[in-house]
Design a protein around this ligand. Structure first.
Ligand SMILES: [Zn+2]
Length: 174
């Protein structure tokens, strides 16, 4: 799956998760953070880094650790300039958003990732707790058509989140 597919899948998951909580700055920020970090594991494609693709950055532990570090740093800074409660809240939102972004990436790569020889390109999603490889290789990661479909479905889910949010905010029926 390329970044378009990952944006779509993370948008789909986060929008549906946030819809019940309504349209507000908290849920919207959470969706934005999740989408922004949905391709974080693919930083292993940067040639300067001496790590293999779909290896060290493609597991839940990476997402949790990265999210915790960045969430703690930004939360601490926010607490210095605002209040402790707001700092904790911002830090927690960043932690959860990044974690979900990485989780959605892993899910996407487990679905997409078909090698040219027809075998699935598996990842080890629960390292270091288990070396079990998971991957279904439903389509090729580079398949532009499928990636665009994911992007469109994610966009629709986001529109649903917005529409439902506006409707519930201004409607007296619900
Ligand atoms: Zn990936």
């Amino acid at each position: 799956m390329n970044w378009k597919g990952h944006v779509g899948l993370s948008l789909l998951i986060s929008s549906l998760l946030m819809t019940p909580f309504g349209l507000n700055v908290i849920t919207l920020s959470f969706i934005i953070i999740t989408v922004l970090f949905s391709s974080l594991p693919d930083t292993d494609l940067i040639k300067l880094l001496p790590i293999d693709h779909r290896d060290l950055t493609h597991n839940v532990t990476f997402g949790i650790i990265f999210g915790a570090i960045l969430g703690a740093m930004i939360g601490f800074l926010a607490a210095m300039f605002t209040s402790n409660i707001l700092g904790i809240f911002i830090g927690l939102a960043i932690f959860l958003g990044i974690t979900l972004g990485v989780f959605s990436h892993l899910l996407g790569d487990m679905i997409a990732g078909l090698r040219y020889d027809g075998t699935p390109w598996k990842i080890k999603p629960v390292r270091p707790f288990s070396d079990k490889s998971v991957g279904y290789g439903v389509f090729m990661a580079t398949d532009e058509k499928v990636n665009i479909i994911f992007l469109k479905v994610g966009g629709l889910a986001f529109l649903f989140y917005i529409t439902f949010g506006i409707f519930t905010r201004y409607s007296t029926i619900l």
